[in-house]
Design a protein around this ligand. Structure first.
Ligand code: PEP
Length: 247
């Protein structure tokens, strides 16, 4: 049985004060204990968020990290720093990082390895652009991203990795992949993982991401392959995020 995982990606939203307000609202609600809930907050909020989440089941996530432990990388945050703050998850290779900050399949791979070496659980994002989908090459694109991301990753590490399939054209656009399309791609991702790690094929958790909201979560989660959601916009509204966790 794969435990469902709903992760909120706050992106560059919320000051510390706003973050604490949102966390308090989420904490005040009754949450389905069978669903793993994660909030991926801006770096500056991590420390206070960790304290606010004490004595709750809600996990803490970061949105990015450098692969090195320390060094001359101005403006970067290392896995060692995240670990010290008590971070559980870290989003790696989000399409916005790939699009605006030169994230490549190679850096994604380095970051996954480094996060695992530091006891952090990566949420590895993959997904195609609209042009790629219209050219019917979405599966080739995602296969390549998965193969590169998992280069040199050992089978035992798969227990600590979550994959998020996020078609770029569905992120923040209000367009959602149909539940059938999403399920189909997740099945393909599972096959691709199975080609390399047969034993873990049915264990690894795969999320869908892209304009997930309370009105479409149930239909998505009813699909066999969909183990959860990575959520941007709707995770910024306490009631919506709680509704997603309680789908
Ligand atoms: C995301 O940021 O990963 C995302 C899926 O955003 P949204 O839910 O707003 O489309």
């Amino acid at each position: 049985m794969r435990t469902p995982i709903i992760a909120g990606n706050w992106k560059m939203n919320n000051t510390i004060k706003e973050a604490l307000g949102l966390i308090e609202e989420i904490k005040a609600s009754k949450l389905n204990k069978d669903v793993e809930a994660v909030v991926c907050v801006p770096f500056i909020c991590l420390s206070e968020a960790k304290k606010a989440l004490e004595n709750t089941e809600i996990k803490l996530g970061a949105q990015n990290m450098h692969w090195e432990e320390s060094g001359a990388f101005t403006g970067e945050i290392s896995p060692k720093m995240l670990k010290e703050l008590g971070v559980d998850y870290v989003i790696i290779g989000h399409s916005e990082r790939r699009q605006y900050f030169n994230e490549t399949d190679e850096t994604v791979n380095k970051k996954i390895k480094s996060s695992l070496n530091h006891g952090l659980k990566p949420i590895v994002c993959v997904g195609e652009t609209l042009d790629e989908r219209e050219a019917n090459i979405e599966k080739d694109v995602v296969k390549k991203q998965i193969e590169k991301a998992f280069e040199g990753i050992e089978e035992k590490d798969l227990d600590n990795i979550v994959i998020a399939y996020e078609p770029i054209w569905a992120i923040g656009t209000g367009k959602t992949a149909s539940s059938d399309d999403a399920n189909n791609m997740l099945a393909f991702i599972r096959e691709t993982i199975g080609n390399k790690y047969e034993e873990k094929k049915n264990d690894i958790r795969i999320q869908y991401g892209g304009s997930v909201k309370p009105s479409n979560i149930k239909e998505l989660m009813d699909k066999e392959e969909i183990d959860g959601a990575l959520v941007g916009g709707a995770s910024l509204v306490a009631k919506d995020f709680v509704d997603l966790i309680n789908f």
